[in-house]
Ligand binder design. Structure first.
Ligand SMILES: [Zn+2]
Length: 344
C-alpha cells in the first residue's frame, strides 16, 4: 500500500522539493558551523537518492493522525507468525515484523508469507544479542555482523524494502551507533522505537511481561488485552510494540491477543499503518537526550534557523527542511539523514 506512495514521494516530489529547497539549504550551509568533521561514507536509500543513516537518537513517531497506530512485532518469526500474518492481512492491518534472522531457517515459507500478506520485514539482528554487551565483549565487527546477517535475509525475501532497524531490548548507545554508522549497515534507518507496549503497569501493557511468570506477568489474555486497549485508547496514535517470537516461547499468546483487540479497535475507528509509511504524516520530534519527550514542529517549517535542531537526529517524517543533501551532510559531518516533507 503506502510503500508506493513513499517511493513516489521520495523519487519525484522529493526531487522537486530538493530543487525548491536549494535556496534554503544554501542559506543553512552558509550559516553552518565551518568546522568540517572527517567525511564518512554516506549510504543512498535504495528507493531514491536521499541519504539515509542510522541515528544516535531514538526515533519515535507520535504525531500520526488521531486514532492511527502502527503495529510492530519483534523477535520472530515464531511458531504462530504465519497465522498472525494472515489474520492481519484479512483485517487490513498491515504491520511490521522486526525479525531475528536466526529464526528464519526452516521458516522460509512463513517469511515469504509475511511479505505476500502485505507486511514489512525489518531488522532486529540475527541472534537478539544485546548490542552494547556484544560491543564490549567482541567489538564493532560483531555488531555489524549481527545486523548484516539479517539484512541479507531481508533482502532475499523483500528486496528494496525501506530498511528499518530496531535494537534488541531497545538497548542503544554511542558505541553501538558508531559501529553501525561506520559500516555498510548505515543504510538502515533507526533505531525505531515505540510509544505503546513498553511496560506492564496498571494503565500500560507489555505482552512479553504479561506472559512471563518470572516477571510482573501471569496476566490472563483478557487482562493483557485490556491493558493494551487502555493504553492505545489513551495515547490514541503511535507505534505499538508486541512480539511474535522467539519460537518455543510464550509470546505466541500475543496472536490470540491481537485477534481480540484488532476488531475492537477497528470498531472504535482506529486505522492501521505500516511503520515505514509514517513519513506521510507530521510527527512530534523527540527532544535530544530526553527519552520520550516531544516537541511540536514549528508552524513555519522553513523557520529552522530560529530553532536549533540537532541535525543528527532529524526524524524521518518531520516538516522541517530536508537536510539530506550530500554536500550539507558532509559539511556538517553527519551520517544520519532522513526524508522530510520540506518547505513549500
Ligand atoms: Zn526483541
Amino acid at each position: 500500500m503506502g510503500g508506493s506512495v513513499w517511493r513516489e514521494l521520495a523519487s519525484t516530489a522529493g526531487r522537486a522539493r530538493r530543487v525548491a529547497l536549494g535556496a534554503a539549504v544554501c542559506a543553512l550551509v552558509a550559516s553552518a558551523v565551518a568546522a568540517c568533521e572527517e567525511e564518512r561514507p554516506v549510504a543512498k536509500d535504495p528507493l531514491c537518492d536521499l541519504v539515509v543513516g542510522i541515528s544516535l537518537e531514538r526515533q519515535y513517531s507520535s504525531q500520526l493522525p488521531d486514532q492511527t497506530i502502527a503495529l510492530t512485532f519483534d523477535d520472530g518469526p515464531g511458531d504462530r507468525t504465519a497465522e498472525l500474518s494472515a489474520y492481519l492481512r484479512d483485517q487490513a492491518a498491515p504491520s511490521a515484523f522486526f525479525i531475528n534472522g536466526g529464526n528464519v531457517e526452516g521458516r522460509e515459507t512463513v517469511v515469504r508469507g509475511i511479505v505476500s500478506d502485505g507486511h514489512l520485514l525489518a531488522n532486529h539482528t540475527q541472534t537478539h544479542a544485546g548490542l552494547d554487551v556484544l560491543f564490549t565483549e567482541k567489538g564493532a565487527t560483531a555488531i555489524v555482523d549481527e545486523v548484516a546477517a539479517t539484512d541479507r535475509i531481508i533482502n532475499q525475501f523483500q528486496p528494496g524494502a525501506r530498511p528499518l532497524f530496531r535494537p534488541p531490548f531497545g538497548r542503544w548507545d554511542a558505541s553501538v551507533h558508531k559501529a553501525l554508522r561506520d559500516s555498510s549497515m548505515n543504510k538502515y534507518f533507526g533505531p525505531v522505537y515505540w510509544e505503546m507496549g513498553d511496560a506492564l503497569t496498571p494503565t500500560t501493557a507489555a505482552d512479553w511481561d504479561c506472559w512471563d511468570a518470572a516477571g510482573n506477568g501471569q496476566r490472563t489474555l483478557e487482562e493483557c488485552s485490556d491493558l493494551y486497549l487502555v493504553e492505545i485508547r489513551s495515547k490514541r496514535r503511535g507505534v505499538v510494540l508486541m512480539h511474535d517470537g522467539p519460537p518455543g516461547g510464550a509470546n505466541d499468546r500475543t496472536v490470540d491477543m491481537v485477534k481480540r483487540i484488532v476488531p475492537i479497535l477497528k470498531a472504535e475507528g482506529f486505522k492501521f499503518v505500516r511503520v515505514d509509511e509514517l513519513d506521510l504524516a507530521p510527527v512530534t520530534v523527540p527532544e535530544a537526550g530526553t527519552f520520550g519527550t516531544t516537541l511540536t514542529p514549528p508552524s513555519d517549517p522553513c523557520a529552522t534557523k530560529s530553532r536549533p535542531l540537532s541535525w543528527d537526529y532529524v526524524p524521518f517524517n518531520t516538516k522541517h527542511v530536508n537536510p539530506c543533501g550530500p554536500a550539507l551532510l558532509r559539511r556538517r559531518g553527519l551520517s544520519a539523514c532522513v526524508l522530510s516533507q520540506g518547505c513549500r
